[in-house]
Design a protein. Structure first.
Length: 364
């Protein structure tokens, strides 16, 4: 089979992997990649990992083989790490522990991947991080380090946009008018890195951004950092807790993302219901669409939260705006938490926080 034929076959498997249901054979994919690498001059690649510290491990590799200045083959493989997957990484990438459960480990993937790319120019966005991660995994398996020549599109971006507050992949795409969203998935990041490279290498002179664009870029960068910090802090908080709901799960579509805790208004008048479960209880609730009936936000859409058939309260208008569209019209079954805060214990009050997906983007 030709390299292009192999690439088309692999892309079919990749779409299944996007849905967490890949049926592609990891052995066949890996050997096909090794064979195709013999026709390549360079590789654009990216890794997704369990974190950024010294103990981080790779959970996904995506690689775009380049021959004669054009993509000739794509490879993407999830890798099962020897450690738990932090909740913050799941939020960032969408990769879950169940996605990784039946995937090969690093010992299966890394040695052959390193062998395949040793003759190639390495291309990536902040590629030194990805090279370091490959060498960490390879070192644990007794593999020789890679020390290839490399090309870093982040370094190129900083040179071509010298006053840009951020040269993250997402921000560089904005600066280059590439209308795509960084997915934080290895193969899509590799594809987007290749797109950025094509434009960067044809720029003749650096571009100095006007003050208003610098300020807007700084605002976006600060928002992104805040979201990631919140995700990692939340990951640390959840890792020490059993978040399994203790009550019976109602029927309905389930949304069980623990990314953004939203306070439920009106919960203090239902202490009899909440006190049955106590502090730090995780609970199934039903969420339906409604309208705020009184006060300054009367008539504003809201989400009504019911526990064991009793409506406990509603989320505030501002939070409804931040999470609009995340709950289907017919409602959903979701998770809520009774926080175990010192202030609540001292006052004898039980509160309820609805666990929501990440806030909708407000950057555009």
């Amino acid at each position: 089979m030709s390299a292009l034929g192999l690439r088309a076959s692999h892309r079919h498997g990749r779409h299944a992997a996007d849905r967490g249901m890949s049926t592609a054979d990891p052995i066949e994919q890996l050997w096909s990649f090794v064979a195709a690498a013999g026709n390549a001059d360079a590789v654009v690649f990216d890794t997704e990992t369990t974190g950024i510290g010294a103990d981080a491990r790779i959970i996904e590799i995506g690689a775009l083989l380049i021959g004669d200045d054009a993509p000739i083959y794509e490879y993407d493989q999830l890798i099962q790490p020897p450690t738990r997957l932090p909740a913050g990484i799941t939020e960032l990438t969408g990769i879950t522990e169940s996605d990784l459960a039946d995937q090969p480990d690093a010992g299966f993937v890394i040695p052959q991947f390193l062998t395949a790319i040793r003759p190639l120019l390495l291309i990536g966005h902040n590629v030194s991080f990805d090279i370091r991660m490959l060498n960490i995994e390879g070192g644990l398996l007794g593999c020789r380090e890679i020390s290839n020549a490399f090309l870093d599109t982040m370094t190129m971006s900083r040179r071509m946009f010298p006053n840009a507050p951020s040269c993250s992949l997402q921000e560089v795409m904005r600066l280059l008018d590439i209308n795509e969203i960084e997915e934080h998935r290895a193969i899509s990041d590799a594809r987007q890195t290749w797109q950025c490279l094509q434009q960067l290498k044809h720029m003749k002179d650096p571009v100095v951004l006007p003050d208003d664009e610098v300020e807007e870029s700084r605002r976006r960068h600060a928002m992104t950092k805040r979201r990631r910090y919140t995700a990692y802090m939340r990951s640390s908080y959840l890792s020490n807790r059993n978040t399994t709901p203790v009550n019976a799960k109602p029927d309905g579509m389930v949304i069980d993302q623990f990314v953004s805790g939203v306070t439920v208004s009106g919960d203090t008048v239902h202490q009899d219901v909440l006190s049955r479960y106590g502090y730090d209880a995780w609970l199934w609730v039903t969420v339906s669409h409604g309208v705020i009936e009184s006060g300054k936000n009367a008539g504003h859409p809201t989400l009504c939260v019911a526990l064991d058939g009793v409506e406990i309260g509603r989320i505030p208008a501002l939070q409804e705006e931040r999470h609009r569209g995340q709950v289907p019209p017919e409602g959903a079954v979701m998770v809520a938490h009774i926080p175990n805060s010192k202030a609540d214990r001292e006052s004898g009050i039980y509160r309820l926080r609805l666990q929501m997906p990440a806030e909708n983007s407000r950057e555009d």
